[in-house]
Design a protein around this ligand. Structure first.
Ligand SMILES: Cc1ncc(COP(=O)(O)O)c(C=O)c1O
Length: 276
């Protein structure tokens, strides 16, 4: 089912499913929580390991590779989430919008793990990331066909259909993979350039093996780090935006141009020289 960007469904899913309790990762893209709050559902922050999740809930979100951490779920972790959903009676929504950017690391869609039994699972994908088409607002969800038929029925009365020219552009973009590899290569090159400077400046990089971001900490408050970067003219996001456990981290996006990423790395190296 096409969606108006994946954010739209992330925000609406709990409401559309009439979920009363929603599990979200303890460090996560904020819209999972926003969606649960819009639905007036209870928000329960959980760790990655589904063995530790409460027995019952109506909806659970997973996100691999993660925004903001770049962490990739192992096959075993996805299997545990699937086992949980079979027992709990919940819907498992897997936000896979960064799956095309894994830098050779083995990453799996929940649909692959489910191996054809898609009951109660949904996988969200987005052309915003895969094909750099954020302005098109083109995304889609795949999975449990009964569940999707139900969502489709309600959504058409909400006017949430995607314009045909956008659907046609999505079909063209999805039929080509070379531009995705080219884009993935660019992100990886930027990651290496910036990571070198960050490590030199005393930042510890955690996860960040995939996706679009570097998640790092200098063991100080996130806002202290944000201020240090801001003095250099570099804009980063405080980790606390993604959950209290992120409050000693910052997230740095690799979406700036190659030139600006190199410039940021040079400024960091210059600043270290002055600090010494
Ligand atoms: C994890 C995650 N999911 C969903 C989205 C929404 O993207 P879009 O609505 O452009 O598809 C984002 C955007 O940053 C994101 O980071």
């Amino acid at each position: 089912m096409p969606t108006l960007g994946s954010k739209e469904l992330v925000a609406l899913l709990a409401y559309l499913l009439e979920a009363k309790s929603v599990l979200i990762p303890e460090i996560a893209y904020p819209t999972y929580k926003v969606g649960a709050l819009l639905a007036k559902a209870e928000v329960i922050e959980v760790g990655i390991d589904a063995h530790t999740w409460p027995d019952r809930a109506d909806l659970a979100w997973i996100n691999s590779p993660s925004n903001p951490t770049g962490r990739v779920h192992s096959k075993a972790e996805l299997e545990a989430a699937l086992t949980w959903v079979r027992k709990s009676g919940a819907t498992l929504a897997s936000d896979e919008c960064y799956l095309p950017f894994t830098n050779g690391i083995q990453a799996h869609s929940i649909l692959e793990i489910a191996n054809g039994d898609n009951r109660s699972i949904l996988a969200l994908h987005s052309l915003s990331k895969r094909s750099n088409m954020a302005g098109y607002r083109g995304a889609f969800v795949a999975g449990d066909s009964k569940l999707i038929a139900r969502l489709l029925e309600i959504r058409k009365h909400m006017g949430m259909m995607l314009a045909l020219p956008i659907q046609n552009s999505m079909a063209i973009a999805l039929s080509d993979h070379s531009h995705v590899e080219m884009q993935a290569g660019k992100y990886q090159t930027r990651r290496v350039v910036l990571a070198k400077a960050l490590i030199e400046a005393g930042f510890k990089i955690e996860f960040s093996e995939a996706g679009l971001y570097i998640w790092c900490s200098r063991d100080e408050s996130d806002w202290q780090s944000v201020a240090w970067f801001a003095d250099l003219g570099i804009l980063v996001t405080p980790g606390s935006f993604y959950g209290v456990k992120g409050d000693r981290f910052v997230r740095i996006a690799l979406t700036a141009s190659d030139e600006n990423i190199s410039c940021a790395a040079s400024r960091i190296f210059e600043a270290i020289k002055h600090d010494k």
